[in-house]
Design a protein around this ligand. Structure first.
Ligand code: ADP
Ligand code: MG
Length: 332
């Protein structure tokens, strides 16, 4: 992974109003070259508006933003040449085949016919779409379309890639495929600004996180830092015999393992909760309980939801949860 201290994206005091709506209300953020910044926020937080400003599709009312050193307002043409964009909704032309979509984008990016053909072939291969290359995109599954979308955003070899809720509305298997692709692109040196509503996605993909709500940054930090602030992952253990819960908690606190002091028993649920600080600790806790002869009926882990994260950071529910907004994927 190529990481450096140079910022590929720098945003300062960015403001964008739509009438009375403050979609962006003074946003500051940085994306370091070669890293993934996760922009985490509920529906209506301003994520897409931010991506649109950084893509020159929307002109901000105030503030500044540069991408690869190019100013979004003063150098839109140069800037557009350095970025790739994948939106929440697939932007492929469904009547065309996968190959035709990619070829057309290559031509739009001023590649010669020969180069556009070669690049389309390469990208189809890369995203495992070679077999489906000649079929119209209407016949593609959701996951294939999303991969075609990613391929399209990569045609111009962008230095900086924006992924705006790339997995919203996808089933878990397809979501994992997209995650794998994003991780591969980052391993190959891409800088990524990823927006998401999912804590789990941010944890999987992002090096750093900026949490926004109502157009404002409400928290920023490393994924681990934020997890520590909101309590992070917990392990849930259900013994075969609920009567063993106190004994399990005692065995853990006597063990002196890191983090187990925070273990709590919830008799009504028949569960023991243990805050998890590392994968190693998770293994150690389960191993210890096994060694001590406790019968375990079920173990699971729980990640804080976005709403729990917001509650922990601000003491308030998300604006989406507070106003009862129906999630886009449900409304669509
Ligand atoms: N073109 C637009 N016209 C009017 N209001 C808009 C427009 N685009 C976004 N908004 C409003 O700006 C706010 C932020 O929206 P958006 O950036 O789409 O949030 P997110 O992508 O985080 O869901 C919302 O209140 C939304 O209704
Ligand atoms: Mg959006």
């Amino acid at each position: 992974m190529t990481r450096s201290d140079t910022n590929a994206v720098e945003v300062r005091g960015l403001v964008k109003h739509y009438g009375a709506t403050k979609a962006l209300d003074g946003v500051d953020l940085d994306v370091r070259e070669g890293t993934v910044l996760g922009v985490l926020g509920p529906n209506g937080a301003g994520k897409t508006t931010l991506v649109r400003c950084l893509s020159t599709l929307v002109v901000p009312d105030a503030g500044t933003a540069t991408v690869a050193g190019y100013d979004v307002v003063r150098q839109p043409r140069q800037l557009r040449r350095t970025i790739g964009l994948t939106g929440q909704y697939a932007s492929v032309d469904e009547k065309l085949s996968g190959w035709e979509n990619l070829y057309m984008i290559g031509r739009l990016l001023d590649l010669s016919r020969k180069d556009a053909r070669r690049r389309a072939d390469e990208m189809l291969e890369r995203f495992s779409l070679t077999e489906a290359a000649r079929r119209p995109a209407t016949q593609y599954s959701g996951g294939m379309r999303r991969r075609l979308d990613l391929a399209a955003s990569m045609i111009g070899r962008p230095a900086v890639l924006y992924l705006d809720e790339p997995t919203t509305g996808l089933d878990p298997r397809t979501r994992n495929e997209v995650w794998d692709e994003v991780q591969r692109m980052v391993a190959e040196g891409a800088t990524v600004l990823l927006t998401t509503q999912y804590m789990e996605e941010a944890e999987q993909l992002a090096h750093e996180l900026t949490v926004i709500d109502r157009g404002r940054v409400i928290a920023h930090g490393g994924v681990d830092e934020l997890k520590a602030r909101v309590g992070g992952r917990t392990l849930q253990v259900r013994p075969v015999d609920p009567g063993q819960l106190p004994g399990m908690a005692r065995a853990l606190s006597d063990s002196g393992l890191a983090g187990v002091a925070g273990a709590t028993v919830v008799p009504d649920e028949g569960l023991l909760y243990v805050p998890i600080l590392s994968d190693g600790q998770l293994t150690a806790v389960v191993g210890l309980l096994g060694e001590r002869g406790f019968g375990i009926a079920h173990i699971g882990t729980h990640l804080p939801s976005l709403d729990e994260v917001f509650l922990a950071i601000t003491g308030e529910k998300t604006s989406a949860a507070a106003s009862g907004t129906i999630p886009e994927e449900v409304a669509a």
